[in-house]
Design a protein around this ligand. Sequence first.
Ligand code: AMP
Ligand code: AMP
Length: 343
Amino acid sequence: MSHRSFPTITTLGSHSALQILRGAHDEDLPNLVIAPRGKDGLYRRYPFVDEVLSIERYGDFPRLEEDLSSRGAVMVPHGSFVAYLGEEVNARMRVGYYGNREVLRWEGSRDLQRRWLSAADIPQPREYTDLAAIDAWPVLVKTFGAAGGSGYFLARSSEQLAQELAARGLDQGPRRYTVQQYVLGVTLYIHYFQSVLRDRLEILSMDRRYETNVDGLGRLPQQVQAEIQPQPSYVVVGNSELVLRESMLEEAYQMGERVVAASKALVSPRGLWGPFCLETLITPDLRFHVIEISCRIVAGTNLFVAGSPYAAFFFDEPMSTGRRIAREIREAYQAGRLDEIVG
Ligand code: AMP
Ligand code: AMP
């Protein structure tokens, strides 16, 4: 079969692009990356990248769309797509797009996410709309539009909460933050893949995030902490591996299945497919608390370019999430079913 006739796996140069491009290469699909000048050099370093398209800035992307469409490109979105292109450009993109675009609106709104997860019977931290009703401290304040955990802060009491809100100018005008129960537990991010072609949900890998300075605080003796009273911050710097107790794995699957089922009822009949991630915190009673859902490949999967302990239960060769996406696209193309997964 000629290589040319296959769809070209296309993505933006950032986040998990290398994994996506490498996955396309491993599945024998052509690949292409679009990167702004200055960031494009990275992608030219690697021989598995077939083509690098340089643009001046991300705002120029819509001008490429016609050319990409005529070449049969399939865009694979990742965590930077909304940040760099905006929700509007994503939703209206004329190039083939892997995933259900109707999910974007649900993913982009904290309120809709909560509704979706509640419909799927997924435990979530309590959220307080009435600040006077907070009955368990500390709470975590999440400002809207905060990316990668920056801009969050912890409050220990109602006085401190009021002070911190005022210090940030958040006490004026319409509310630009949410206040959540602080869940004291271990973070675990579960990387799922819902396959349309094989009609099954796979857990491909898991990670935990490494955040500064919250993951460093435990290295200070308690007396020092008491003296300097550090304010924890949640800025992500990287990801590390973790395998889950096997006794909790079935619940992890069932949560993922409930999320997919709920998406079919709420979002659109075809629901959610492809990679998604539930960001969880696990408490000492071994319960999951879900803080967020990402409906695309997450950066934590970059740990598993060469495969993972979980992917090995489904595949005989190393299978990253990037490669899994490419395989699904290849299988759909070969079965004449591309339109079922690319919109
Ligand atoms: P970057 O390409 O590193 O500038 O990242 C683009 C966006 O993706 C940032 O706004 C981050 O919020 C998000 N991001 C990047 N790396 C990670 C990560 N390891 N974990 C979570 N989010 C990430
Ligand atoms: P998020 O932006 O929702 O992915 O959260 C960023 C980080 O903040 C997480 O990785 C956690 O470390 C922390 N976090 C978020 N929500 C909570 C919560 N309700 N309780 C405790 N920590 C949280």
